[in-house]
Write a protein that binds this ligand. Structure first.
Ligand SMILES: [Zn+2]
Length: 258
């Protein structure tokens, strides 16, 4: 069975995802040190207790996620759920590796690019072929539908691809061509999408103001699910790691309706 040194893997990931470029809300890279050799990786959106248990059940030694632990502003004390998760990881010698913003933004395996592939969205690109983003860390992607379609039909396609019915605000018959999107909890950036003059802004979650903004501007809003919009980045990253190092990698989708 193929294997790789844990520190070599993390170094490769840091470099591939350009992790040092980002000012993030959590540490990126190796968050909890486990076994020094990696043979079997489980990938998933969030390092929840359920994902850790599923990983151990499958005999994995490493968990690679988009949402890891140790978030800025969280209570630093190790107690309750946090104690349980950490004790479980240590007891099973699991490596926990997490990449947050670097895995949203990456031009190839990033959540935003991968969501575009799901929906058939063309990304605006600069002269170097890199996707053009606006807003904080350039995380909001701009692009377009090659064939303009109604909001209703765009929502239908989203529903089919993501296997989830999205929250849609706007006139169902509105023609959508220019689109901005940012996976996960980026509903707060909607005004930047409106300023960019797009017909539709897509993110994962929704907040109360999104409703009014969509009705009072020419920009419709779709909340397609935080989890649902962020499944594809870590999955693509896992495929990349498997191809690069030949280690076993499996994606586990722990369902989350939010
Ligand atoms: Zn997220």
């Amino acid at each position: 069975m193929a294997s790789i040194n844990t520190s070599q893997l993390v170094q490769w990931l840091d470099n591939y995802l350009q992790a040092s470029r980002f000012k993030d809300y959590c540490p990126n890279g190796l968050q909890v040190e486990g076994t020094p050799t990696v043979q079997h990786i489980v990938t998933g959106v969030t390092a929840s207790q359920a994902l850790l248990e599923a990983a151990v059940e499958r005999g994995a030694d490493t968990v690679l996620v988009h949402h890891g632990w140790f978030w800025k502003n969280e209570d630093a004390r190790i107690r309750g759920m946090k104690k349980k998760r950490l004790a479980f990881a240590l007891e099973h010698d699991l490596n926990l590796i997490a990449y947050h913003l670097p895995l949203d933004a990456h031009p190839e395996v990033g959540n935003n690019t991968q969501l575009a592939l799901q929906l058939g969205l063309q990304q605006d690109k600069d002269e170097d072929g890199q996707p053009i983003g606006i807003g904080p860390s350039g995380l909001i992607q701009l692009g377009y539908l090659e064939t303009p379609n109604t909001l209703e039909n765009v929502a239908k396609k989203l529903c089919q691809q993501l296997q989830r019915s999205p929250l849609v605000v706007g006139n169902p018959q509105q023609i959508i061509q220019r689109v901005a999107w940012c996976t996960g909890g980026a509903q707060g950036f909607m005004t930047e999408a409106i300023d960019a003059g797009v017909d539709l802004y897509i993110s994962g979650e929704a907040s109360e103001p999104n409703y009014h903004y969509a009705l009072e501007s020419d920009t419709a809003y779709i909340g397609a699910g935080h989890h649902a919009t962020e499944r594809y980045g870590v999955k693509a990253l896992g495929d990349k790691v498997a191809a690069q190092f030949g280690v076993k990698v499996e994606f586990i989708d722990i369902n989350n309706p939010i």
